[in-house]
Design a protein around this ligand. Structure first.
Ligand code: PLP
Length: 452
């Protein structure tokens, strides 16, 4: 495609190195330029309106025009635009946010360390795991097990946790000491006739076998998203986490729950830990923490871990990690206001009120001739496209059928996200209204029909 000289499209192609983009294809097709947002909608530079069916990147829980968040940012900027938390310094916004987060988090969690992104938060979790075992005199216990298909970020450590080939290829990743076990994907992974419970037992046994083969004294932690997001939206099969947690306990392996997508109402509870009975030692939050309005994330830990970090920092002279923007006051003020709004408007109650219809329409897509499986929970879901429904055979990857489906849905006014293995995901703002759920799935259906 040729773009008007000096048009935003031409300048984007000329100057902007895009994240997670096929750079060669980008020069050909150029960007979709989003100019403004309103409620659950965004508008491109031609004025065309789209329902943002993925809440940006799974993050804008309160949609795109929440005045209270803009006001919180403005007021904090005028009062104190910057302050840090190094060496005993603090400020009211970060104190209030930390207290609020801990009050909402699962009981096992007692402290939060702030970062700017989910990647940095998981990177910090890796550092904390190392620190913890070094201070406890167990320097051999360092390996971390994540799951194939998982997404935990893109720093060198968090990309090593991520179990997706595209995050490793040409980057010399994963680093040593990061392992990946099978994640649940019953549609392809369960044996014919195998029950969810038996499948879960088999996966837990695989994890147990991996820990034993590596040597339990060398395995420090296991990390999982309660519902795998970017890897294809995989809710866990019944009893999965119960069995996984028993294995971790047996081998004294820490459990890191990555709630970067699931946290703050997405699955119909404040945290998916509640939805699935998780008792993590460490918890990672980001995205909907500030409804995506400003970058902020948290690496949260249990009191038992904190006590060990405290001892180590006394010996080392400091807990030697932190960012210039750790607990940035403006981000913290916006996150605090986000959490206040979630509570005042009972966002969990709202999700529960609309998620039934969301899942009903999602499951109805499962009947589509090109859909092998529809899966989801709460206000998150996906369809996996297949060429042969009876044989559960995906399309040849070169056909990029998921990207094509998402493109057609975009033309139909709904933004969705193509994921690995021809999966197309929906994860709208939490504030979505019933009529907009219908609009989302009407557009999704029209897009798939055009593909057929
Ligand atoms: N963890 C999960 C589950 C995610 O989905 C993501 C991003 O999509 C991350 C971590 C990384 O977060 P960020 O992109 O803010 O670095």
């Amino acid at each position: 495609m040729t773009f008007q000289p000096n048009s935003p499209h031409a300048r984007d192609v000329r100057y902007h190195l895009h994240p997670y983009t096929n750079l060669k294809a980008h020069e050909e097709q150029g960007p979709l330029i989003i100019e403004r947002g309103e409620g659950v909608y965004v508008f491109d530079d031609s004025g065309k309106r789209y329902l943002e069916g993925l809440a940006g990147l799974w993050c804008t829980g309160l949609g795109f025009s929440e005045e209270r968040l803009a006001k919180a940012a403005y007021e904090q900027m005028r009062k104190l635009p910057y302050a840090h938390s190094f060496a005993h310094r603090s400020h009211p916004a970060v104190i209030d946010l930390a207290e609020k987060l801990i009050s909402l988090a699962p009981d096992s969690i007692s402290k939060v360390f702030f970062t700017n992104s989910g990647s940095e938060a998981n990177d910090t979790q890796v550092k904390i795991v190392r620190y913890y075992n070094n201070v406890r005199g167990r320097p051999e216990k360092k390996k971390i097990i994540a799951r194939k298909g998982s997404y935990h970020g893109i720093t060198l450590a968090s990309a090593s946790l991520t179990g997706l080939a595209y995050a490793h290829k040409f980057f010399d990743l994963p680093l040593d000491g990061f392992l990946h076990t099978e994640a649940p994907h019953p549609y392809h992974g369960a044996e014919p006739g195998e029950s969810e419970e038996d499948y879960a037992s088999r996966l837990a046994q695989m994890l147990d076998d991996m820990i034993v083969a590596e040597g339990p004294d060398t395995v420090a932690a296991f990390i999982a998203e309660p519902v795998m997001g970017a890897g294809g939206v995989m809710p866990p099969p019944a009893t999965y986490f119960e069995k996984i947690q028993a294995v971790l306990k047996k081998h004294d392996v820490l459990f890191i729950a990555d709630e970067v997508i699931c946290g703050f109402g997405r699955t119909g509870n404040m945290f998916a830990c509640e939805t699935y009975g998780l008792k993590p030692d460490m918890l990672t939050v980001a995205k909907q923490l500030s409804s995506g309005y400003l970058p902020i994330a948290g690496a949260m830990v249990s009191d038992e871990i904190y006590q060990v970090l405290k001892e180590g920092s006394a010996e080392a002279g400091t807990f030697g990690t932190g960012y210039t923007y750790t607990g940035h006051p403006v981000s913290a003020a916006v996150a605090l206001e986000t959490l206040n709004i979630y509570q005042e408007r009972d966002i969990v109650g709202h999700v529960r009120a609309v998620m039934g219809r969301f899942q009903e329409r999602l499951m109805a897509l499962g009947e589509h001739p090109l859909v092998g499986e529809a899966r989801g929970v709460g206000l998150i879901g996906a369809v996996e496209l297949v060429e042969d429904k009876a044989g559960k055979r995906n399309f040849d990857a070169a056909r990029k059928i998921g990207a094509r489906a998402a493109q057609l849905c975009q033309e139909e006014g709904v933004l969705l996200r193509p994921l690995a293995n021809d999966t197309v995901a929906a994860c709208p703002p939490l504030i979505i209204e019933p009529a907009q759920v219908e609009e989302l799935f009407d557009g999704f259906t029209r897009g798939l029909d055009r593909l057929a």
